[in-house]
Design a protein around this ligand. Structure first.
Ligand SMILES: Cc1ncc(COP(=O)(O)O)c(C=O)c1O
Length: 397
């Protein structure tokens, strides 16, 4: 059987990680992989997570199975965190949810739910988008189509083009993937006004928003970063959400996520919830509990929650400071637009207007690592190497 299998190319990000790791230059700058790093280059366990883990170890009474829709406390505390306890759809029990294996698992469950509707809609993703959207969603058997989003000339969102393209090409019932905040790979987000218009546009064209919320809390703040989601949830009858706790709780390897669907009635939500359970059972049976239990412990406990919020605020502030420092260092003739975009963009990522050849020169001549598309994870830099990074970028321009 196995002899008929073909060798698969190594995942581009994994290959980039290996290249950066093998580089012996002590001053190398790795802006490749999408994990938050502190000033010393580490990806630490958050203080609240460490504390919750200590408590949980003594409190945990069993390792028995939990449920196909995961940890109930996690689902409740996460929905309250994301939407706010007073959110109409939440108060009216119109939101179905399931814990998932990371944000990726949530995207896949959302895609499987769409597929189960039997309506064969297309799923629209922005250009560019996270490289794993197409494999994760497409593998559920859905057709993926692209809409214009980022303009590499203006280094901003092509908002009117995006709406025009969807208006002309999407059909009622299609789903539209939108990054809730901190767009990966560009950092170019919709403004609140643009979210308002997008929500009305989606409603008027009978399109279903599928919001990928992988970085909330790391952009402008928890409330600001969920504005778009809440807006579409108030405007459109049906919304899908894939949320991740990988970045904002730094729980990457624990694989913690939440899939949710805003529906039109409590009855409908019950049906969707049952579907989530059945779909998860079919795919992996159940999500892992450990990380989700820690998130629930933190969100349920006022003191731990404060510790978490404080560190999240520090992380967000550090990203903003790095953006400002890099932007200032690049503000020279010929690079003004890039400098301005870096400060306007949001979250860990920006896509620099560099050719593949320039990206490769940065690697070979300056030990600066980023994806071929020019995407940088700004949190991979630190307070001391920003001048060298800016210098290297300016040299290859
Ligand atoms: C845009 C986007 N969505 C979803 C995810 C999924 O995250 P995870 O499955 O690690 O929770 C990521 C991770 O990098 C991402 O960048």
């Amino acid at each position: 059987m196995f002899e008929s299998l073909e060798e698969r190319p190594t995942d581009a990000i994994m290959a980039l990680m290996a290249l950066a790791k093998a580089d012996t230059n002590p001053n190398k700058i790795d802006l490749g992989v999408g994990v938050y790093k502190s000033d010393d280059g580490a990806t630490p366990i958050m203080r609240a997570v460490k504390q919750a883990e200590g408590l949980y170890l003594t409190e945990e009474a069993t390792k028995s199975y939990v449920s196909t829709i995961g940890n109930a406390d996690f689902r409740k505390t996460m929905l309250d965190l994301i939407f706010g306890a007073d959110y109409p759809a939440l108060r009216e029990d119109r939101i179905a949810s399931a814990q998932s294996t990371g944000g990726s698992g949530a995207l896949r469950l959302g895609a499987e739910l769409i597929k189960s509707s039997g309506k064969e809609p297309s799923v629209w993703v922005p250009t560019p988008t996270w490289a794993n959207h197409e494999p994760l969603i497409g593998s559920a058997g859905l057709q993926i189509k692209s809409y214009p989003y980022y303009n590499r000339e203006t280094l901003g969102v092509d908002f009117e083009d995006m709406l025009d393209h969807l208006r002309q090409n999407a059909k009622p019932g299609d789903a539209v993937v939108l990054h809730g905040c901190c767009h990966n790979p560009t950092g170019a987000d919709l403004s609140p006004d643009q979210w308002d218009r997008t929500a009305e546009f989606l409603r008027d064209n009978q399109l279903v928003p599928f919001i990928d919320l992988a970085y909330f809390g790391l952009g402008h703040g928890l409330t600001e970063d969920t504005y778009g989601l809440r807006k579409v949830g108030e405007t459109c009858p049906e919304v899908l959400l894939a949320a991740s706790c990988s970045k904002n709780f730094a729980l990457y390897k624990e694989r913690v996520g939440l899939v949710a669907a805003i529906t039109t009635s409590a009855d409908q939500a019950r049906v969707v919830q049952g579907q989530f359970g059945a779909l998860q059972r079919r795919l992996t049976s159940m999500p892992p509990d450990h990380g989700a239990a820690l998130v629930a412990r933190i969100l349920d406990d006022a003191a731990l929650r404060d510790v978490w919020l404080e560190e999240l605020t520090e992380m967000r502030g550090r990203i903003k400071d790095l953006r400002k420092d890099l932007s200032d260092a690049l503000r020279v003739q010929g690079a003004e637009a890039m400098a301005a975009a870096i400060i306007d963009q949001n979250g860990m990522f920006s896509t620099l207007p560099l050719s593949v050849e320039q990206v490769h020169r940065l690697r070979s001549e300056h030990s600066v690592y980023m994806t071929n598309s020019g995407r940088i994870n700004i949190a991979g830099a630190n307070s001391t190497n920003i001048p060298a990074l800016a210098d290297a970028i300016l040299k290859v321009l």
